[in-house]
Structure formats: structure tokens, C-alpha cells
Design a protein around this ligand. Structure first.
Ligand SMILES: NC(=O)c1ccc[n+]([C@@H]2O[C@H](COP(=O)([O-])OP(=O)(O)OC[C@H]3O[C@@H](n4cnc5c(N)ncnc54)[C@H](OP(=O)(O)O)[C@@H]3O)[C@@H](O)[C@H]2O)c1
Length: 338
């Protein structure tokens, strides 16, 4: 067994995902020799508690990556564009949470349950997919393997923590202000998020889809199969944590619903929660803080020949971000790449 320990940097260590990454490293007993929490200059010197030790935050800049084996990035696209190549050049393997490198053909885009072998061809940077894509891939890959999915229609119901700390703060403040009848101020979102549903995540593209929606199309094709057609609608809702998704698929081969249920029951990273008689189905509140992707409301789409509907929920900060990133780190160790 590989007992080596590693110098691990977390870039964006003060952020929502960065904090969750540090917790995940600790919870999963990642073989950390030295933890280097890195963030913006304003956060230099702040203390992070890691394995009962206080570790001071340093500035993420050229020169700090020289002794780093693995650098987990979650500081936004601009930081990743600038610093990931610097970290990789210094000898670290970067696992990046932003969208900066995801569609670069020289960068693997990895969900460990789906395409673990893709880490092998990394050239120093590996990308972590978008949170909405990750949970959909974990739920659909076992079905795709057996029945060949031709088309996916997906609508998301996404938590505000997907926009980091600013999203969390905006929903809290608006909820408090709403209750006492104060005017609601929107800075992070284009409209009031409290008690609302906003069909607009990230910027609009030329084809009138949002960038978040097109990420689900392109990333699904890169990770699972370039021939799959994806029709997405991404919606922000006033939930703090966990994204929910209504997913409809059309397969090439016919299936029995009970066989799909059996497949998902044995699928890695999936937790089946599907018992309509006892009101059991996945909920954001159930998935919060958990590692699994919860799947339920599985039923045949009776409007087409080989169609299926399901409801898929996962914690966007864990499997959607921090956990998937750390699992990629674990893969690097398992496959002797670091
Ligand atoms: N939240 C999610 O569900 C989710 C899921 C998947 C991927 N991601 C991605 O993960 C990244 C971080 O998201 P988040 O939600 O954690 O955001 P966040 O809460 O805003 O945290 C980002 C942290 O990085 C810091 N930072 C900014 N520029 C930096 C730089 N050049 N060097 C070092 N640190 C820097 C920020 O400092 P300041 O606050 O001072 O700028 C902040 O502390 C984003 O790229 C996001 O798209 C998020």
C-alpha cells in the first residue's frame, strides 16, 4: 500500500468550496504531509483549523507552488487561468474547480465514478466538471452503459451556494428583510432570489441558452459520450445547499424499469431513495452534507418508446465540487500519478 504523504495546496481556501475541500481532506483522511491554504492578499494570515492544528493562509502567487504535489483550485476562473499553469509548471498536479480549463482538449474532465481512466493523460491540469453535470453523470452513466442514452432533457433547481458565499449571504439577508417588510436588495442575482425561481444562471449565450446550460451540454459530451443530445434549463431557487434535477432520458435499447432500479441500486456513488407509498424521494435537505447522489421518482416516460423520468439530488458543495475534486486527488494516488 502507498503510504506516501503529500504537500497539498488549496487555492481559494477561504471560499465556500475551499472550506468544504479542507473539511473533506480531513474527513477522508487524505494523506496530507503539509497543507498550504492559499487565497487573496486580504486573507493572508487568517487561520484554518486542519486536523486540530492552526494553519495560516498564504497568498496564492508565483513561487508558492514549488514544493506542492497536488493543488486543489477553487478561486474562480481568472485565478485558475493565471495560476494553474504556474502551479503545474512548478511540478504540482492541479485539480481545478472553475470552468476555465474544462473544455480545453488537452485537459481531462473527470468524474471518478464515470471516467477515472482519463486522469492518466493529464499534462498537469485536471478539471472538475460543473456541479449540475457531475450529479447527472453519476446517475446516468450506469444506464448509458447498458441501454445507450440518445437524448437527455434536464431542468435544474439549483441552490444559492452554487454562487459561493455571496449567494448564501443574499438569500439570508433577503429572507430576513422580507419577513420584516424591508426593501430587498439584489446584488448577486438579477432578481429577488428569496421566495422566487430565476430561470437564469450565468450569462446568456448567442443561442439564448445560458452558459450554465451549455456547460451541461458540452461537459456531458466530453465526459460520457460525444453523441448524446442534451436539452437543459437551469433554474436558481431559494435553497441554500443541494441541487435538484428533473431528468428525462431516451435510450436506444428498450428497458424494464425494475432493471434500471436494480442497476442504480448497485451503482457507485448513487443512493436510491424511491418509495412513493411512504413519501420517500430525494430532497435537498436530505442530501445536504452527504456524499451520495440521491436518485428517486423513477418512472417510465409513457409519451415515448424508451423514455424514463427521474429526480436526482446531490450536495453541490460536496459531490458537486469539493468531494469530486478530492476524489480526483485520490485517483491520482491510486493510479501512481503523483
Ligand atoms: N459553489 C459551488 O457549488 C461550486 C461548484 C463547482 C464549482 N465551483 C467553482 O469553484 C470556484 C469557487 O467557488 P466558491 O463558491 O467557493 O466561491 P467563493 O465562496 O467566492 O470563494 C472563492 C475564494 O477564492 C478567493 N480568490 C479570488 N481570487 C483569488 C486569487 N487570484 N487567488 C487566490 N484566491 C482567490 C476569494 O477571495 P475574494 O472573496 O476576496 O474574491 C474567495 O475566498 C468557482 O470557480 C466556482 O465556479 C463552485
Amino acid at each position: 500500500m502507498n503510504m506516501k504523504k503529500y504537500t497539498v495546496a488549496v487555492v481559494g481556501a477561504i471560499g465556500a468550496v475551499g472550506q468544504e475541500m479542507i473539511r473533506t481532506l480531513e474527513q477522508r483522511n487524505f494523506p496530507v504531509k503539509t497543507l498550504k491554504p492559499l487565497d487573496v492578499p486580504a486573507n493572508k494570515g487568517k487561520e484554518i483549523l486542519f486536523n486540530n492544528e492552526r494553519v495560516k493562509v498564504d497568498v496564492a502567487e508565483n513561487g508558492v507552488f514549488e514544493d506542492v504535489d497536488i493543488a486543489f483550485f477553487s478561486a474562480g476562473g481568472d485565478a485558475s487561468l493565471e495560476l494553474a499553469p504556474i502551479a503545474a509548471k512548478a511540478g504540482a498536479i492541479v485539480v481545478d474547480n472553475s470552468s476555465a480549463w474544462r473544455m480545453d482538449p488537452s485537459v481531462p474532465l473527470v468524474v471518478p465514478e464515470v471516467n477515472p481512466e482519463d486522469v492518466d493523460w493529464n499534462k498537469g491540469i485536471i478539471a472538475n466538471p460543473n456541479c449540475s453535470t457531475i450529479q447527472m453523470m453519476v446517475a446516468l452513466k450506469p444506464i448509458h452503459n447498458e441501454y445507450n442514452i440518445k437524448r437527455i432533457v434536464v431542468s435544474t433547481y439549483q441552490a444559492v451556494s452554487g454562487s459561493g458565499k455571496p449567494g448564501i449571504d443574499e438569500l439570508s439577508q433577503q429572507t430576513k428583510d422580507y419577513v420584516v417588510g424591508k426593501e430587498l436588495i439584489s446584488k448577486t442575482y438579477p432578481h429577488q432570489i428569496a421566495f422566487n425561481a430565476i430561470p437564469h444562471i450565468d450569462v446568456f449565450m448567442e443561442n439564448d441558452y445560458t452558459k450554465e446550460e451549455m456547460k451541461m451540454v458540452f461537459e456531458t459530451q466530453k465526459i460520457m459520450d460525444k453523441n448524446i443530445k442534451v436539452s437543459p434549463t437551469a433554474v436558481r431557487i431559494p435553497v441554500f445547499r443541494s441541487h435538484s434535477e428533473s431528468i428525462n432520458i431516451e435510450t436506444e435499447k428498450p428497458f424494464k424499469v425494475e432493471d434500471i432500479i436494480e442497476l442504480l441500486n448497485n451503482a457507485p456513488g448513487v443512493k436510491l431513495m424511491d418509495d412513493p407509498e411512504t413519501n420517500k424521494y430525494p430532497l435537498a435537505t436530505v442530501a445536504e452534507g452527504k456524499d451520495d447522489v440521491y436518485v428517486g421518482r423513477i418512472r417510465r416516460d409513457e409519451s415515448i418508446e424508451n423514455g424514463l423520468n427521474m429526480w436526482v439530488v446531490a450536495d453541490n458543495l460536496r459531490k458537486g465540487a469539493a468531494l469530486n475534486t478530492i476524489q480526483i486527488g485520490e485517483l491520482l494516488i491510486k493510479r501512481n500519478l503523483v
